[in-house]
Design a protein around this ligand. Structure first.
Ligand SMILES: [Fe+2]
Ligand SMILES: [Fe+2]
Length: 287
């Protein structure tokens, strides 16, 4: 259904050997298309929790769907990439498109937006590769960027789970849990491929991560190509968010010491002074 190519036996064996992992879950079991949210969840949730969640979903739904455009771009340069990386990317796309559909269903339940409207919105998106070309130089830079992006998503969804998903019943909460788990596996899979396929380039990782972080900060908006989508919500995270993530990534690759537990907790528990809930700023231009 998702256009995933058949992975040949030798590639699937090498994927196994490289310890690529997947979180297997069935969206139709967790949140069927016909699911109707009990009205009391919306009645009982604090007003700002509901309105913020609607705004948040209006961005997150489509960012997940943007995975298709990044995938197509990488496939267009497939002859430069290793079979193991391309095989991992097929699994990754299947997960991201499942997230897209999971968030469409969640958005429909929470905000009442119909699927035809979401289709129209998504079809009108313009995906611009050029502003993020630097991170797409080759398989190595793509994998490092994937680590950066996916671990950012882990902490972002962890915050969202705590602030929003958990208020709207077991099914919606489970979606939040699966998002966190899947993004964590994408992070780990990218790490495994970097360690196995590019051990000679690990010395370049620290500087590249600094460049990726600087690029994210310099982009004035999210360009709808999946990577660096947190450009549109940097205000939701503490100022040192990226520097802690970079240390976490370096530790995963055996290049440094992992941040301590309290530093990691702060990534998703931090709230700006004067607020109880991180505010959500909106604007059509940055969705
Ligand atoms: Fe995702
Ligand atoms: Fe992901």
């Amino acid at each position: 259904m998702l256009g995933i190519k058949q992975i040949d036996r030798s590639t699937s064996l090498s994927i196994k050997a490289s310890r690529i992992k997947r979180n297997i879950w069935d969206l139709d079991t967790v949140l069927p298309l016909s699911y109707i949210l009990a009205p009391q969840y919306i009645e009982l949730a604090p007003y700002t929790v509901h309105t913020n969640f609607c705004h948040l979903l209006s961005r997150d739904v489509y960012s997940e769907g943007d995975a298709r455009s990044l995938y197509d771009y990488i496939q267009s340069r497939g002859n430069e990439m290793s079979p193991e990386f391309l095989a991992m990317l097929d699994f990754w796309l299947a997960d991201e498109l499942k997230h897209y559909e999971a968030l469409r269903r969640t958005y429909h339940c929470i905000a009442g937006v119909d699927f035809a409207e979401m289709n129209r919105h998504f079809a009108a998106r313009v995906h611009e590769i050029e502003p993020i070309e630097m991170v797409l130089t080759d398989e190595f830079t793509i994998l490092v960027t994937m680590m950066f992006d996916e671990i950012g998503s882990v902490y972002s969804y962890r915050r969202d789970l705590w602030e929003y998903y958990r208020h709207f019943g077991t099914a919606i909460q489970k979606i939040g849990h699966h998002l966190v788990r899947d993004e964590g596996m994408h992070f780990n899979n990218a790490a495994e491929l970097l360690l196995i396929k590019h051990p000679d380039r690990l010395g370049e990782v620290p500087e590249l991560l600094e460049q990726i972080s600087a690029l994210e900060k310099s982009l004035r908006k999210y360009h709808k190509t999946f990577f660096l989508d947190h450009t549109q919500e940097q205000y939701r995270f503490p100022p040192h968010f990226n520097s802690v993530l970079i240390r976490f990534i370096l530790a995963r690759l055996g290049l440094g010491i992992q941040p301590d537990r309290s530093e990691l907790q702060e990534l998703w528990q931090w709230v700006p002074a004067g607020y109880q809930l991180v505010p959500i700023f909106t604007g059509d231009g940055d969705r």
